[in-house]
Design a protein around this ligand. Structure first.
Ligand code: NAD
Length: 475
């Protein structure tokens, strides 16, 4: 059975009532899975009032209580991973093993926040006069509004929810309408874990209308968004106009630097597998490939051969390694990137087209001879397309890696400590992965710089965006 779709407001699951609805479609089979109710203005007002009311008590809740609830949700995630994962494959398309893996790894995010929220400390500052006391307190910022996308529906939502709830905030979250089941499952788990009504509220609707309404409300004190750079900038400016704190996890265009002293065959194979993860719909997906000219041919051959072996199909088929794109609008977008590359002299070495079958499938694609100013080398494709280019000089390739306004993730393959150090010192990115893919663990900070965002999720930094600093002094 697919998830029952509802709003979750003030501890109640709400559906029906003549609200607008939108169909949720399986991107592989095009079957309609369910009808998602949209929140109306009265629903949003109720969610705001509930979150405000709940904050008055939740802000003073014991970290032990918050920790216990987060731990329970972590355990429920593990217990329910098979069912939640199956529904995630149905509405988002990713292979079942990836979907279940997303749920299970997020259980660790719950545990991490359950542990870290017991360690939100202030400090005592030594006074200039002995009779004075000076304390720095960390307090929850208040009601948060969060907007999460469709590529990792479970992961993106639970990280924001755990950080807000663990810090003592309350939250209204609008999940991805294209793939809502995982966020519904999160609401059910927090409900079952005994979270007080109003601490977590889930709404759906037209994204621009909901975000505008919530961000403008004086009740909301913090805005958190994961998604594209243009939308992030728009929401950040709305939040700025009302002086609200923000966390922005935005798009990237991750450069990959493969040096001639790297284990080239291993790099080619690993990068090919990583490129098609979630059909390339990953903000930290390896996106611009710069390969040292001495190993370019070897890399290209290994990379293309690995991609040729990728089985593309329905996510529920256990043989499938790459599913469809998550929704209809992504397929013509992929073709636009390919067409632009071809117009500018690019050569398609593999794929380049939608698959000739029903569903939103696009072939794993490799394109060479793409100029630096092409769409593919400058805009986030967010799909299974890899442009492969060559370089000869280390300083030059680092300059190219830094040439875009994005700064999310980056990948370096080298066996030289000197090159690795130079790259990690000079690449402008929130994350630098050397010889492996190591980002997005609960205990490590995840976030971008430049246009890729503001703030970190995960690591000991995870609560930073959800706390304010208060200085108290007395004699
Ligand atoms: P889009 O820019 O319309 O939407 C991206 C996400 O933002 C969606 O989840 C959407 O619901 C939400 N959104 C859009 N407008 C909004 C608004 N005004 N208020 C609140 N939320 C809003 O594009 P799309 O076609 O859904 O996705 C394509 C692009 O989005 C990709 O090219 C990629 O760059 C970006 N994206 C990034 C991530 C990420 O993890 N950083 C995730 C999903 C999509």
């Amino acid at each position: 059975m697919y998830e029952t779709l509802a709003l979750y407001i003030d501890g109640e699951f709400v559906e029906g009532g003549g609200r607008d609805t939108q169909p949720v479609v399986n991107p592989s089979t095009l079957e309609v899975l369910g009808q998602l109710p949209h929140a109306n203005t009265a629903d949003l007002d109720r969610a705001l009032a509930a979150a405000e009311r709940a904050f008055a008590t939740w802000r003073h809740s014991s970290p032990m209580q918050r920790s216990e609830i987060l731990r329970t949700v972590g355990q429920l995630s593990r217990d329910r991973a098979d069912q939640i994962g199956r529904n995630l494959t149905l509405d988002q398309g990713k292979p079942l093993a990836e979907a279940i893996g997303e749920i299970v790894s997020c259980a660790d995010h719950c545990d991490w926040h359950a542990e870290e929220c017991r360690r939100i400390y202030g400090r005592v500052v030594l006074p200039r006069s002995p009779e004075v006391r000076q304390m720095v307190l960390r307090e929850p910022v208040g009601v948060c509004a969060a907007f999460t996308p469709w590529n990792f529906p479970y992961n993106q939502a639970i990280r924001k929810i755990c950080a807000a709830i663990g810090a003592g905030c309350t939250i209204i979250l609008k999940g991805p309408e294209d793939a809502p089941s995982a966020v519904m499952a999160i609401a059910r788990m927090f409900h079952d874990a005994g979270l007080p009504p109003g601490v977590l509220n889930i709404v759906w609707g037209v994204p621009s209308e909901i975000s505008e309404y919530l961000i403008r409300s004086p009740i909301v004190r913090k805005v958190s968004f994961t998604g594209s750079v243009p939308v992030g900038k728009h929401l950040a400016s709305l939040a700025g106009a009302h002086m609200k704190r923000i966390t922005m996890e935005l798009g990237g265009h991750s450069p990959v630097l493969v040096f001639d002293d790297a284990d080239v065959d291993r790099a080619a194979q690993q990068l090919a597998r990583f490129k098609v993860r979630n059909a390339g719909q990953v903000c930290v997906s390896p996106t611009r490939f710069y390969i040292h000219e001495k190993v370019y041919d070897q890399f290209l051959e290994g990379f293309v051969n690995s991609l040729k072996g990728i089985r593309v199909g329905d996510g529920l088929d256990p043989e499938t390694q790459m599913g469809p794109l998550a929704h209809e609008r992504r397929v013509p977008t992929m073709s636009k990137f390919v067409d632009n590359a071809l117009e500018l002299g690019g050569k398609v070495v593999l794929g380049g087209e939608p698959l000739d079958r029903s569903g939103h499938f696009f072939a794993p694609t490799v394109i060479t001879d793409v100029p630096d100013h092409s769409m593919l080398m400058t805009e986030e494709p967010f799909g299974p397309i890899a442009p492969i280019t060559r370089f000869s000089d280390t300083d030059d390739v680092i300059r190219k890696a830094n040439s875009l306004p994005f700064g999310l993730s980056s990948y370096v393959f080298t066996n030289s400590l000197q090159t690795a150090t130079k790259a990690s010192n000079n690449i402008e990115a929130g994350m630098v992965n050397i010889n492996h893919f190591g980002s997005a663990l609960p205990e490590t900070p995840f976030g971008g710089i430049k246009d890729s965002g503001i703030g970190s999720e995960g690591g000991t930094e995870t609560f930073e965006g959800y706390l304010v600093t208060k200085f108290v002094t007395h004699v």
